[in-house]
Design a protein around this ligand. Structure first.
Ligand code: MSP
Length: 506
């Protein structure tokens, strides 16, 4: 017979999710906000679904690109990175991200960790000294082969320079077959699948050893035992995922942009294999935003500042739009018109109005006369819409586990649409039979409460407003959606709702 206290003794399942650490060469833009909100939505969902979550983000502060930016702004490099890093930390707070930690690669906990790692790689014979001669792009902090250049530039369009200097190398070539075998045996390691194909074709075309140190500038982690060299910024940066929280490794999910997939899907697993360390469970590469149809770039002057969007529209509306506008993994386009349409259609008209109408009608027409719902009072359409709450929750879980964030939030929207059809069909405002009217309104309140629970990872502040109508003064676990009725005949002493989703005007 299972022991009663088994459940309580069971350790909570862990879930560890990361964003890339951001270069501190300039202020945060929409791309950074996108990656961090996506990680936050997943982190919040997992926490509400019973996991012990660790969400890590931070700043990547070494390398030539950052050093050059400091010079451009006429600042001391350390002062400069201190300043810019604060902006990124603040961006996470202002976007209501729930990160548990914020790592900076200039912190000593990180530097000493990567120096230890370097020694281990050397002891294992994976690092050797030679000379590098080849192309380097400071903007991408990446080495390119001659054959990769397009019209004398990196495939990303970045300028490249010829570098010739003494350098340590990582024996990356030793990992070509092991990597290919790993990708093959671990479907789901690289997502979406189209990205996997890109990685496989890159690795199959042949891996050369990787230059992992530089001598021509100083802003980085010194190579132990030879401080003429500093470590290649990507080697330094990738290990943030472990240096920040060694006890949490392996990571369940690295969220990265498509532009930095190669570093995460090739160099990172090879380094971990070299060290006999566990690999992360999954890398998910998301796409890029354009602005009103144009590539976002500083030279075009069309960089989208997350703060402008927060000021104009609110944090929750920005978070919702970013997650909802196009499938996570695809590229997509920002436009003010699509922003306004989406918020008005899916939040204000759909869920906002439904909440307002139902709660107001309930308070006016039922209020004190509340009588608990009896199962035999339910008609089939009532049962159907109540069952849709549980379905929406389990569909959302499945979408979340495959990072289909647009579809995940879509479950809450569809439930709202179904509830709007139900209210129109049942017309509780015109119902003559008081008992029936009460049943319909209580069913609707259960659905609205369910929507509030489902919305929490995406629009935490607005979801809290919905849940507060029912007296909740904190997060509500997804578990409440697994029963027949989330409100369970409780919490019918409703608070008058504040406007949850106001309409946006053009
Ligand atoms: N420092 C490296 C990551 C090291 S991780 C060990 C880096 N930093 S970054 O600041 O340049 O970029 C961080 C993220 O922003 C990347 O995931 C990148 O894809 C994302 N974006 C930058 N511009 C973007 C858009 N226009 N749209 C969406 N995301 C974009 O790379």
């Amino acid at each position: 017979m299972p022991l009663k206290y088994d459940l309580e003794l069971r350790e909570m399942d862990k879930f560890y999710v990361t964003t890339p650490i951001y270069y501190v060469n300039d202020k945060p833009h929409i791309g950074h906000a996108y990656t961090s909100v996506a990680a936050d939505v997943i982190a919040r969902f997992k926490a509400l679904d019973g996991y012990a979550v660790h969400y890590l983000t931070g700043t990547d502060e070494h390398g030539q690109k950052v050093e050059k930016s400091a010079q451009k702004f006429g600042k001391d490099t350390q002062d400069f990175v201190d300043e810019v890093s604060v902006n990124f930390r603040k961006m996470h707070e202002d976007l209501h991200c729930s990160n548990n930690d914020f790592i900076r690669t200039t912190e000593s906990r990180h530097k000493s960790f990567v120096q230890d790692i370097w020694r281990k790689l050397e002891q294992k014979g994976y690092i050797y000294l030679d000379e590098y001669a080849g192309w380097y792009s400071v903007r991408d902090e990446a080495f390119y082969q001659e054959s990769e250049l397009i019209d004398g530039k990196a495939p990303t369009g970045a300028e490249v320079e010829w570098v010739k200097e003494e350098s340590y190398f990582l024996k990356l070539s030793a990992f070509q077959d092991k990597l290919l075998e790993y990708y093959q045996n671990n479907p789901g390691f690289i997502m979406p699948e189209s990205r996997l194909n890109e990685v496989v074709s890159f690795v199959s075309s042949g891996l050369q050893d990787l230059s992992v140190s530089r001598t021509s500038f100083k802003w980085g982690v010194p190579v132990p035992g030879n401080d003429k060299h500093i470590m290649y910024v990507w080697i330094d940066a990738l290990f943030n995922y472990i240096s920040a929280c060694p006890d949490k490794w392996p990571c369940d999910l690295h969220i990265v942009g498509k532009d930095i997939l190669r570093f995460h899907a090739v160099y990172w697993p090879a380094l971990l294999m070299a060290l006999d360390m566990e690999l992360p469970k999954r890398l998910f590469a998301h796409g890029w935003w354009t602005n009103e149809g144009q590539k976002i770039s500083k030279s075009l002057g069309n960089v989208l500042d997350p703060y402008d969007l927060i000021d104009k529209f609110s944090v929750d509306y920005l978070r919702f739009y970013l997650m909802r506008e196009f499938p996570f993994g695809n590229d997509g386009n920002y436009s003010e018109a699509s922003f306004i349409n989406r918020i008005n259609a899916e939040l204000a008209n759909n869920i906002g109005n439904l909440t307002q109408r139902t709660v107001t009608l309930y308070i006016k027409k039922v209020g004190e006369n509340f009588a608990p719902l009896q199962p035999d009072q339910l008609q089939s359409k009532d049962k159907e819409i109540l069952a849709a709450i549980t379905h929406a929750a389990s569909n959302m879980r499945a979408h979340m586990d495959s990072q289909k964030l647009q579809q995940a939030i879509g479950e809450a929207i569809s439930l709202g649409n179904a509830a709007n059809e139900y209210i129109d069909e049942c017309a509780p405002w015109a119902e003559k039979d008081e008992a029936r009217r009460q049943v319909v309104l209580q069913v609707l309140l259960n659905v609205i409460y369910g929507i509030g629970v489902l919305l929490q990872p995406f629009v935490p502040e607005s979801a809290a407003k919905i849940l507060a109508i029912f007296g909740a003064d904190g997060a509500v676990q997804f578990e409440v959606l697994s029963g027949d009725m989330p409100l369970n005949n409780n919490s019918f002493n409703l608070q008058k709702p504040q406007i949850v989703f106001s309409r946006l005007e053009r």
